[in-house]
Structures are given as C-alpha cells and as structure tokens.
Design a protein around this ligand. Structure first.
Ligand code: APR
Length: 243
C-alpha cells in the first residue's frame, strides 16, 4: 500500500492535504473522538456551542483553557514535518480542521484553517481582536479574558452552531477541486463541510490517500490507498518513499 501511495503522489502534479485532530495527537493534543477524546469529557453542546458561550462563557472557558494550554505545550511532530517535505513534490496547501497552529509552526506555507485558531481571541460584544498570548495570565488563572469594552473574549474558533469562515471554505474548495491527489490525515470525517472535501476531490478525479489509526466513512467510499497507522510514523515513511 505504501509504495502504491508514494507512486500516486509522485505522479500527481498538484497535491492537497486535509488534516484533523489525529495528526496532532502525537504532539500531545487530545483528539475529539475515539481514545482520549475531548467530547467524552466535555459535552460539545455544553462547552463548544455558540449558545453555550452566550449562556455561560465561564463554563466554555474551562474547555478553551485546557485546549490553549495543551496547544502551547505542543510541538509539531514528524507528520507535520512530512507535509512540509511534500511541498517539494507538489503539495500546494494544507486544509486543516485543527486550531492548534502546528502546521504553521512546522513550516507549512499555505494553511487553510477551516475551524479558526486558538491563537487569536475576539470580543463577543464588540468583535475587537486580541492575541491569546497577551492574555495567558488570566486564562491560566481560570478567568474569562475581558475586552476593553467589558465584553468577554472568546477564541476565534468555529463553535458548533456557527458558520465557517467564508474565505477559508472557498480556498478549501479550490484546493480540493484542483488537486490530482489528496492526502487525508487523522480525521474521523464526521464533521461537515470539511468531511465533504475528499468527495469533492474524488469527483474532480483526484487519488485519495488516507492515513488513520482505523478506517473511517471515507475509507470504503473514496479512499484509494488506506495507510493504517500513526500519522507520526506513516507520513515520514510516505515522504521518504517518494524520495
Ligand atoms: N495517527 C493517525 N490518526 C489518528 C491518530 C494518530 N496518531 N490518533 C487518532 N487518529 C484518528 C482517529 O482514528 C480519528 O479518526 O484521528 C481522528 C480524530 O478524529 P476527531 O477527534 O473526530 O477529529 P477531527 O476529525 O479533526 O474532528 C473534526 O470535529 O468536533 C469538531 O471542530 C472539531 O475540528 C474538529 C472536527
């Protein structure tokens, strides 16, 4: 499977990557579903929905604090690095559902953050932008960071019940339609519209290579080469195989 997947990437002119929480697990960031999933501990309806934030921002900040601290401790892992290497072989962009900023820190040049980022905050009242790193003291003390206007700040992540950023979605569609091969790494493919992108790529004639610990809904529907295993091991092997 690995050599066929490497051959497909070698033959591809343009490659796009789609990543999910699984690519950051080996960096110490918990996934949402499956083993050690955040949603087992934090009900997303209670902690990650826009209505939950309106009702009880302090409760939602329990989850945001944990995610922010995990992200700040994390380093890019060999899977992130392998995607940077793939730029030599035609990787045009990484579409990510992750909000940890690890692709950028790993050196990827074109990263489309479909679900926003924990590295930026915005005021829930006036919309004013703030950098998370400027408010780490309040966050680490379990407080809600407050805007100059008095409103509560929230991470600029897409909460359930919210629209995805339009520009990111448009760029993601463009990268999915134009690529000859899509490498899908570490996503359970359960959340739309991100999970629709491999279908978009497939319809445009792309070869789909999927890296995951276990099969997903994509595997039997659109995946041409399924590489079962940890991203931190499979991705560098794939990148070396391409040469
Ligand atoms: N290597 C490869 N795959 C892994 C690894 C690993 N080391 N560890 C876990 N996985 C796989 C799991 O098998 C699972 O399929 O990563 C996937 C993680 O799935 P989710 O936690 O559902 O993450 P994701 O698909 O990114 O979730 C999408 O859902 O809750 C929303 O906004 C949230 O962006 C998130 C979206």
């Amino acid at each position: 499977m690995m050599s066929e997947a490497a051959r497909a990437l070698k033959d591809a002119g343009s490659i796009t990557a789609l990543t999910g929480a699984g690519i950051s697990v080996e960096s110490g960031i918990a996934p949402f579903r499956g083993k050690g999933g955040l949603w087992d501990e934090f009900d997303p309806e209670e902690y990650a929905h826009i209505r939950a934030f309106e009702k009880d921002p302090k409760k939602c900040w329990k989850l945001f604090k944990l995610q922010t601290e995990e992200t700040r401790r994390a380093q890019p892992n060999p899977a992130h690095e392998a995607l940077v290497d793939l730029e030599k072989h035609g990787l045009e962009g990484v579409i990510t559902q992750n909000v940890d900023g690890l692709h950028q820190r790993g050196g990827s040049r074109e990263v489309v953050e479909l679900h926003g980022t924990l590295e930026q905050l915005e005021c829930f009242e006036c919309g004013h932008d703030h950098r998370t790193e400027d408010r780490l003291d309040e966050i680490s003390e379990g407080e809600i960071p407050i805007c100059e206007c008095g409103g509560p700040l929230r991470p600029r992540v897409v909460l359930f019940g919210e629209q995805l950023p339009f520009a990111a979605l448009r760029k993601a569609h463009e990268l999915s339609q134009m690529c000859d091969a899509m490498v899908v790494v570490g996503t359970s493919a359960q959340v739309y519209p991100a999970a629709a992108l491999p279908y978009t790529a497939k319809r445009s004639g792309s070869v789909i290579i999927e890296v995951n610990l276990q099969p997903t809904a994509l595997t039997s529907n659109v995946t041409d080469h399924f590489l079962q295993g940890e991203a931190g091991k499979m991705m560098p092997t794939l990148s070396q195989e391409i040469g």
